[in-house]
Design a protein around this ligand. Structure first.
Ligand code: 2BA
Length: 108
């Protein structure tokens, strides 16, 4: 068994979760904040059998769009953009996905 941790843009949250659940996956969602942009995103926790990992990742990939997002002032400065009053852009997403081994799984 594996745990998939998937960080997706808040705007994709509903489609990703409904599509995962429609496909039979169980999902827990956590409201999270990106350390760089400091804006909200959603982290999914999904426990899946090994042979279902690619299916779940395919669904997350399908519904997690890439977006250009403006970064300004302090954040741009920290990233090395010295003309900090000029907005810069970063490409956010689609999903950022980690797959972890599950040592033991119990429902008690
Ligand atoms: P944030 O940390 O808010 O990052 C948003 C986007 O800003 C990133 O998109 C990336 O394009 C850019 N970015 C992040 N750090 C940067 C830096 N030091 N310099 C320049 N640009 C930077 P994504 O890579 O798609 O990441 C989206 C969100 O996924 C992140 O939001 C963070 O919450 C999470 N994430 C991404 N990689 C991660 C990792 N290795 N570990 C934990 N969380 C991660």
């Amino acid at each position: 068994m594996k745990i998939i941790l998937a960080i997706v843009h808040n705007d994709d949250n509903v489609l990703v979760s409904s599509s995962l659940m429609k496909a039979g996956f169980q999902v827990t969602k956590i409201a999270t904040t990106g350390g760089f942009l400091m804006s909200g995103n959603t982290t999914f926790i999904t426990g899946v059998e090994d042979d279902q990992v690619d299916t779940a990742i395919g669904i997350i990939e399908k519904y997690s769009k890439k977006r250009k997002q403006a970064i300004v002032s302090d954040i741009a400065l920290a990233a090395g953009n010295m003309s900090s009053n000029i907005p810069a852009e970063v490409l956010v997403g689609g999903g950022t996905i980690f797959v972890l081994n599950v040592e033991r799984f119990e429902r008690v």
